[in-house]
Structures are given as structure tokens and as C-alpha cells.
Design a protein around this ligand. Structure first.
Ligand SMILES: [Zn+2]
Length: 280
């Protein structure tokens, strides 16, 4: 779906979210039984060529598109403004990587759940924009405990690849897995590399320092290097001194559009299946 409407709001992360609505419009959405979609990212360094908000913009635009797919299936969804004060364990040593304590993130999520519940919303689907293990474990736990605290049906919507890496209990009621096996490549491309650079380029081209791309050498890191990088802080800095892990010079916006569309469709499918099942 090459949808110019998707970027109609320019670079605003409020466009098409509750933040741009009025309270009677939100009341109407709750009355109509809309489900809430929430992207949870982080402000984090993304190499010399991508903005710190990369992990906020990407889940946000994915959910905008997912909402269109849900709408086409007759499912009403509303997007919450993205969360961006998350956890940076891996790239924490770089300037601009802002990290909060897990309990801060958890409490904030609880309070948002409670506010949504107060307004009559019953279900919230959380999608992570950031690969950091601690960020995602915190998110998973907050959705689980948030159910008890607020009475809302909170879900962590996550790919099978991430669920496996994070060792999540995929049978748990708050974990909603969609099937996604990333292509096997000889070298890792997980942070500000070809994938993320392509996606930002597709929807936010002015935020990519395109003139730098040809100068960025691929990192060519193996699975063992990646495991070391994931230990975070000084380890990550040693493995990726320039702050990216992958091959940003190979990025292209068409590929980025494809990745976002695939993810949006998978996220919408798994949410639709849950909603159509009557939601336990
Ligand atoms: Zn990222």
C-alpha cells in the first residue's frame, strides 16, 4: 500500500493519534468499542545518519498502517501517542540514548492503562519499537501486571523471532505472537543498519543524513559479536564505535516500505484474530 495519506501529517507523531482528537471524539471511540494501539519506543542513538527518534517513528508509522488494515476488516482501532522514555541498556553509553529505570517505565504504563480504563477502553495492544532485551522484558511484565492493576486487557504484540530471543512465555495470556522469521544473513543488521535506515528513509526521508550513507562501512559482525554487543554499554561501544550494526549504505526506501507493510499486516492480522475470537 503506497499510501500518501500515511505521511499526510508530515513528521508529527501525534497525527492520527488520540492527541489530535477532542474529548468527545475519544468518548465516541470508547463507546464504539475501539481497541487501542500503542507503540513503545525509546530515544536512542542510531548511528551518525539516523535520528534518535527512529524507534519511536517506526512503530508509530507501522501502527498507522495497521489501523488501516484493521479498519478494512471492520475493526475499530485508535492509536495512542507513542511512548518514548524507554530503556537503553545496549547503547546507553552513547550521547542521546536516554534511559529510564524499569520501574519508571512500568509505573508510567500502569498509569496510562488506568487512564484508558477510566475512559471505557477495554483492550490495548502494545508494540515495541526497540530491540533492547530489558526494554522488552519490562514491557512484557508491565502488560501482564497492568491487567491486574487496571483491569484492562493489555497485550504485548511481538514477532516470533523476538519472542524466541527474549525467551518469552508465548502461551501467556498477555503475549500475542505473530510469525516472522527474519532472512538468514551472514552478518547481523540489527541497529541503524540496512533495515532501519531503509524504513526511516521510506517515511521520513528528511531525517536520514543521506550524504553520509556511502561513507558508512558495513560492520560485518557475526552472531558471537552480536551476543557481545547485546551485553551493552562499553561492550556495545567496542563492537560498534560508530553506533550502527549492519549495512546502512545498502539501504533503499522501497525495501523500507516493504518491511513496514509486512509488519503492519502481520500485526493487524494477529490483532484481528484476537478481536474476532471474542477476546478471552
Ligand atoms: Zn532502532
Amino acid at each position: 500500500m503506497n499510501d500518501p495519506e500515511l505521511t499526510r501529517g508530515g513528521y508529527s507523531i501525534f497525527d492520527e493519534t488520540l492527541a489530535d482528537l477532542t474529548y468527545p471524539e475519544v468518548e465516541a471511540l470508547a463507546r464504539e468499542g475501539a481497541v487501542i494501539l500503542w507503540g513503545l519506543g525509546v530515544i536512542e542513538e542510531h548511528g551518525p545518519h539516523l535520528p534518535l527518534g527512529t524507534d519511536v517513528y517506526l512503530p508509530y508509522v507501522t501502527l498507522k498502517l495497521a489501523r488501516r488494515f484493521l479498519d478494512a476488516r471492520g475493526i475499530k482501532a485508535a492509536i495512542l501517542p507513542p511512548f518514548y522514555w524507554g530503556i537503553n541498556n545496549v547503547t546507553g553509553s552513547f550521547a542521546g540514548s536516554i534511559t529510564v529505570r524499569p520501574e519508571t517505565m512500568t509505573r508510567l504504563m500502569f498509569d496510562v492503562f488506568q487512564s484508558l480504563r477510566k475512559d471505557g477502553f477495554e483492550t490495548v495492544f502494545c508494540v515495541s519499537g526497540q530491540g533492547d532485551a530489558l526494554h522488552n522484558h519490562t514491557l512484557a511484565q508491565a502488560t501482564q501486571q497492568g491487567r491486574v492493576e487496571s483491569g484492562i486487557r493489555a497485550y504485548f504484540v511481538v514477532s516470533s523471532a523476538w519472542a524466541e530471543r527474549l525467551a518469552l512465555d508465548t502461551r501467556a495470556v498477555h503475549v500475542l505472537v505473530y510469525p516472522l522469521t527474519p532472512p538468514q544473513e551472514p552478518y547481523a543488521d540489527v541497529h541503524a543498519g540496512r533495515g532501519e535506515t531503509s524504513m526511516v528513509w521510506a517515511y521520513y526521508p528528511k531525517l536520514v543524513r543521506q550524504e553520509l550513507l556511502p561513507k558508512l562501512e558495513p560492520t560485518r559482525l557475526t552472531a558471537e559479536d552480536l551476543a557481545e554487543w547485546r551485553k551493552g554499554w562499553a561492550n556495545a561501544r567496542r563492537k560498534t564505535p560508530a553506533g550502527y550494526l549492519g549495512d546502512p549504505a545498502a539501504a533503499d526506501p522501497e525495501r523500507g516500505r516493504m518491511i513496514i507493510e509486512t509488519q503492519a499486516r502481520l500485526v493487524a492480522n494477529v490483532i484481528a484474530a484476537k478481536v474476532e475470537s471474542g477476546i478471552p
